[in-house]
Design a protein around this ligand. Structure first.
Ligand SMILES: [Zn+2]
Length: 256
């Protein structure tokens, strides 16, 4: 059994075949997933989707791309969405200095406010960090973030060790299967076993064997195979371990 800790199954990319994609995920052993919001409308859709499927949980938040729209009204919307029983996290929130689609001052402000919101609600925070490692870690420390997962971890081993030392979780996605991504395989090989979770980030980041296709939760198995190989453990063992971690992080109920 595996948990896809970061999917965007609410996106229009899945409107034509969501039920089929979820059936394939189930057949592949993906028992639970967290579908993640990235702006208000996507967060609302994440909650709606989670309400329709018992195996789907939701996260609500504003991505750094949309940070320029984060204001009091947006925060009110997140507050009201968070009241749903199916919401298990705040995010994805963070910094993206690669695309810079919102001014960095706005990204910083929206990130700080969502760190505070997660703490206030006692929910974990799903962090997006692209080309902003030092600043992301600095803000998390300044705001004394509590439960944190660095989604689609893209730093090196030194950064991962710093994150683990603070108790943060690191989530490994499809890029661990890409031929050129030796630094991420190094992180997986040395991963702190009680802080490791897996994700697809679908429809993005398809693992190597399905590269070029739309990614979906069932493809988590390709990533899991690679991480199990790197850790020298069986797929079952990795499934047990990462599922336990995901359940602890998101306070997910146990499987029936
Ligand atoms: Zn994402």
């Amino acid at each position: 059994m595996f948990v896809d800790t970061h999917a965007h199954i609410q996106m229009p990319e899945f409107d034509a075949d969501r039920d089929e994609a979820l059936a394939r995920a189930k057949a592949a052993g993906i028992g639970l997933m967290v579908t993640v919001g990235y702006h208000l409308e996507a967060s609302r859709k994440a909650v709606e989707t989670a309400q329709c499927y018992p195996q789907i949980y939701a996260s609500v938040g504003v991505h750094p791309h949309d940070a320029k729209h984060y204001d009091d009204k947006a925060e009110e919307t997140l507050r009201s969405l968070s009241k749903s029983q199916k919401v298990v996290a705040i995010g994805e929130a963070g910094l993206d200095f690669y695309r810079d689609r919102s001014p960095r001052t706005a990204q910083t402000e929206a990130f700080r406010r969502q760190i505070r919101l997660a703490k206030e609600f006692g929910l974990p925070l799903i962090v997006h960090d692209r080309d902003a490692h030092q600043e992301t870690m600095r803000l998390l420390e300044e705001e004394q973030a509590e439960a944190v997962v660095l989604h689609c971890f893209s730093g090196d081993l030194a950064l991962a060790e710093k994150a683990w030392a603070r108790g943060y979780y690191t989530s490994i996605a499809g890029p661990v299967t890409y031929p050129k991504n030796e630094p991420l395989r190094e992180v997986a090989r040395k991963a702190r076993l009680d802080r490791l979770v897996l994700e697809t980030d679908c429809p993005y980041l398809p693992p190597q064997p399905v590269r070029g296709q739309r990614n979906e939760p069932g493809h988590l198995l390709h990533t899991a195979h690679e991480v199990a190989r790197l850790l020298g453990m069986s797929l079952d063992e990795l499934g047990r371990l990462t599922t336990e971690n995901a359940r602890r992080l998101f306070h997910l109920p146990s499987f029936e």
